[in-house]
Write a protein that binds this ligand. Structure first.
Ligand SMILES: Nc1ncnc2c1ncn2[C@@H]1O[C@H](COP(=O)(O)OP(=O)(O)OP(=O)(O)O)[C@@H](O)[C@H]1O
Ligand SMILES: O=P(O)(O)OC[C@H]1O[C@H](OP(=O)(O)OP(=O)(O)O)[C@H](O)[C@@H]1O
Ligand SMILES: O=C(O)c1cccnc1
Length: 484
């Protein structure tokens, strides 16, 4: 996927602000922004962080082309030519820290931290949120499906229903991170090395005079990978018997029918009956694929009904995140340069959940050395040593401070990795299979209570005492000013 030429993949207000900063002589002021979301999607207990690879490529290639500058020159804002010269020479020279793809992540903790001039940090907001929000959303949805499907094979079938090409391609990748086994999208396979799989459509059957002829011709053409769609006319009366006949034909050639696919009707009943028919015909090795608007709830239900489905094809519901089509990740200024030093800044809101937490912060995952399981995430300032040095650590929920506990004998794992340092990439992007493994290892750090699909236990995100006190003080200072 081309990531070059995305400098204008931003909201116009970013360029307007950068321009106004430049006119004011403040465009080089240093800033720190953090990206996070406030609410988990799908009522899930966790989200799966994704999007970093695309963000890294985007930032590495972030340049304004001649065409971009000509286009900007024509805008009604009448940007001065000297400003366009500044953009011509622009490169991201800031510092960026991020969670790794595949990490489990939670509300109100920084997932990405960007440090740089206001010009740099403001420019990258829109594209970064675009990549992070979509890919994290799909990886999270896919993870829900994976937890229900367990060891069954999961195929990603969403491209035709996806919100355009990028969503299909990067969505297929996000699904693979969370445990899908293959995608039907060959371009995603080619670009990312994701395994690809395909059966055939109803049109293949319809074009011939009989279903039997269609199956046989297909099997002759692709004898090494035959998967037959059996619901074009009547699944049990016609499709499955014809598939069995085709399987016998293949056996005579020393080949095997790989699977049949059910795509309509009662998938529990049909799969149980089809399994019986295949087994009675001496074809226990033929797998059953199911598709048709599946999601984690239908799969869970079908399994509870004893459906005999080995392979699940999941499209529309996954790729469009149909039950929650957006993750509300935001990007907020937490520090700004004043004179010679950096100082924290806060955004106050009538809605308490929207009050930001000032100051640049790290995220430490506190893992019990006894159980090997995660206890909470601890959000603190980079200079704070308390959690990093072991000993006793007091955890409390910043929204409900009365929920507190003291932990000891823990390991504190730093979740934000340096990705760019003053413009230089210092992080090597891992191979996709490594990301998948990391995601699996992340899941194993959590008790099942946090991972269940329905009404999961809330994993606590703790704020350090110092960060909490600063936030309270800044809120009080603001309220004090208002009363004056
Ligand atoms: N036994 C089952 N229990 C719960 N949900 C099921 C079961 N069997 C199928 N489903 C799901 O119910 C929905 C079926 O919808 P619908 O009846 O519109 O499809 P259909 O019977 O396949 O018809 P069409 O031919 O129009 O696709 C799909 O989402 C499917 O995955
Ligand atoms: O239901 P989804 O989860 O989105 O999975 C993908 C769907 O796309 C195909 O249907 P479509 O009707 O587009 O084509 P077909 O003629 O091959 O069935 C396929 O048969 C699945 O039903
Ligand atoms: O290979 C399949 O069966 C497939 C691929 C995409 C969408 N629906 C089905």
């Amino acid at each position: 996927m081309p990531t070059a030429g995305l400098a204008l993949h931003t909201d116009k207000y970013q360029i307007n602000m950068i321009y106004a900063h430049w006119m004011n002589g403040t465009h080089q002021r240093k800033t720190v922004f953090e990206a996070y979301f406030r609410k988990l999607p799908f009522g899930n207990g966790y989200a799966v962080f994704a999007g970093l690879e695309r963000i890294v490529e985007y930032i590495r290639n972030l340049r304004f082309t001649e065409q971009d500058l000509n286009y900007l020159a024509k805008q009604e804002e009448n940007y001065k030519p000297e400003f366009l010269e500044l953009l011509r020479n622009f490169q991201f020279r800031g510092t960026l820290l991020s969670m790794k793809e595949g990490a489990l992540c939670f509300p109100n903790e920084p997932l990405i931290r960007v440090e740089g001039t206001i010009m740099e940090t403001q420019l990258v907001e829109t594209a970064m949120l675009n990549f992070m929000n979509f890919q994290t959303l799909i990886a999270t949805k896919a993870s829900r499906v994976k937890r229900v499907a367990e060891n069954d094979v999961l195929l990603e079938f969403g491209t035709r229903r996806a919100q355009e090409a990028d969503a299909a391609i990067w969505g297929a990748r996000a699904a693979y991170i969370s445990g899908f086994d293959a995608t039907s999208n060959l371009l995603a396979g080619e670009i990312f090395g994701i395994p690809t799989k395909g059966t055939h459509a109803h049109s293949w059957v319809q074009i011939f005079d009989s279903e039997q002829e269609a199956f046989e011709r297909y099997a002759k053409a692709l004898p090494d990978q035959v998967s037959l769609l059996v619901d074009t006319f009547d699944t049990l009366k016609s499709g499955v018997p014809h598939a069995i006949e085709t399987a016998k034909m293949l056996e005579a050639q020393g080949k095997r029918l790989s699977s049949i696919r059910l795509d309509s009707g009662d998938l529990a009943y049909l799969s149980i009956q089809a399994r019986k028919m295949l087994d009675e015909a001496g074809l226990p090795y033929v797998k059953i694929v199911a598709s048709n608007d599946l999601d984690e709830n239908t799969i869970f239900n079908l399994k509870a009904q004893g459906a005999k489905i080995d392979i699940w094809g999941v499209g529309t519901q996954l790729i469009t995140a149909a039950d929650q089509p957006a993750l509300g990740g935001v990007y907020k200024l937490v520090e700004r340069e004043t004179g010679v030093r950096m100082e924290p800044t806060i955004k106050i809101s009538g809605n308490p959940e929207k009050v930001t937490t000032p100051g640049k912060k790290d995220v430490l995952r506190i893992i019990s050395k006894e159980s090997g399981k995660a206890i909470a995430d601890y959000v603190c300032f980079p200079h704070e040593q308390q959690a990093r040095s072991g000993g006793n650590l007091r955890l409390f929920d910043p929204v409900h401070p009365y929920i507190k506990k003291t932990v000891k004998n823990f390991e504190a794992v730093s979740m934000l990795q340096p990705i760019f340092e003053e413009g230089d990439q210092v992080y090597e992007l891992p191979a996709l299979d490594e990301i998948r493994e990391y995601h699996k290892a992340q899941l194993s750090l959590f008790w099942p209570e946090y991972l269940r699909k329905l009404n999961p236990e809330i994993y606590r995100i703790s704020l350090s005492q110092e960060a909490w006190e600063l936030k309270q003080k800044m809120i009080e200072d603001y309220l004090g000013h208002q009363e004056e």
